[in-house]
Design a protein around this ligand. Sequence first.
Ligand code: ATP
Length: 441
Amino acid sequence: MERAVKSPLRKLNEGTQDLGKVIDLDGYKLPRKLKSLFKKIGQAADESGVNVYLVGGLPRDILLDQPNLDVDIVVEGDGVAFAKQFSRREGGQTKPHKQFQTAIVVLPKGLKIDVATARTERYKQPGALPVVKVSGIRNDLYRRDFTINSIAIQLNQRNYGKVVDYFGANQDLKAGIIRVLHQLSFVDDPMRTIRAVRFEQRYGFTIEKKTERLLRETIRAGLLNRVSSERIGKEITLILKEKNPLPAVKRLSELGILDAIHPEFRVDQHTEVLFSGLERILSSANLPRYFSRRVLYLLALLYPLSPQARKQVTQRLALSKKVRNCVTELEPLEDKIRFLENPDLKPSQVYFSLRGLSTEVLLFMATRARVPTRWVFLYLEKLKAAGTEISGEELKEMGIPSGPIFKNILDKVLAARLDGEVGSKQEELKLAEKIWRGENR
Ligand code: ATP
């Protein structure tokens, strides 16, 4: 028997229960492979005698007519056993997590399903991991962050497409409201403060008044400090992966969330100028193939901070080594920018000034009004891959003893090549010899 969920938040969440509504999943704009997967899951659930529901972001996005391919299902019963049975039936593979009573099913065509056992969660301390107990769908929906994410769609054949909405999700989806399910939601998991902003800004919704008050109280009480760096970093990264993250990071700043991460961390006019510079560069036709937009946005967020604060924020967000390296490259950037302001530089000067910088930092530089964008693109498109025809081998054959002198000579030959002063291997060899003789004099 499912334990009734007490609703201390009744005042907060006055949504009407919507338990009878059945939607025609076939009528929604969903890939055909998903529709047929839902039906197969429903059949398998009936055979196993368990109730199975679509949960998480997908039901929300189905009702909002937004694309989403993340299939999360909840089983009232043994989720892991159902995952194994379904996977066997469809010739897929299962990765069970017995401890969490969850499993991932990967089907032959690459479709992935996250399967969980319906459960309830109880938080002993703010930000701590919850104590989990097997339960029914109602409690499973109650443990979710916001009403709009507390909706389920049943997949069993007799109830196919039945919308399970105990907490007013439908109403809030229609009204465009982000609302927690109970007063202690942010205290239980302060990371939800960042998630609230992500959903609000993604859908152009509004964080409901009482929810915003609770959010601000949670931040003021310093509870975000109790969340692990990895989790905070992951949520901030997800915000930066959104299409246009500026309004969301502005909102994080306005709600005091960035300040709670580090007192220097905020979005001000300077940050906004950097973001609009980024949008300009990101709309260029000749962007390099491989780079990370979210790292670029992160650089724009961190650039106005002092080098020490940048380092502390990257630590607090447990950012990857690649990102940490990019952030380190920001340090000498002002000097480089000053150097590149000169419109009469030779290609070799541009090359040696930019050599070794990551693509993201290079693109970030190009957003700065003082830097001629063409230098950065010239480097990315041509200079970066340039090299000499001769190598250490030829220098050895010339009798030059190996050591740091090799790099010195090869760099000078490369500079001559980039500036069009030598054009063939023969000319490079001649130049190398001349440099060696000059060095030896
Ligand atoms: P997106 O569309 O960005 O992937 P999502 O809603 O699918 O968003 P996920 O982070 O994949 O978000 O989480 C899936 C579901 O799990 C959410 O819809 C929500 O119901 C629940 N959930 C995730 N994180 C939390 C959390 N911190 N607290 C409560 N519920 C959560």
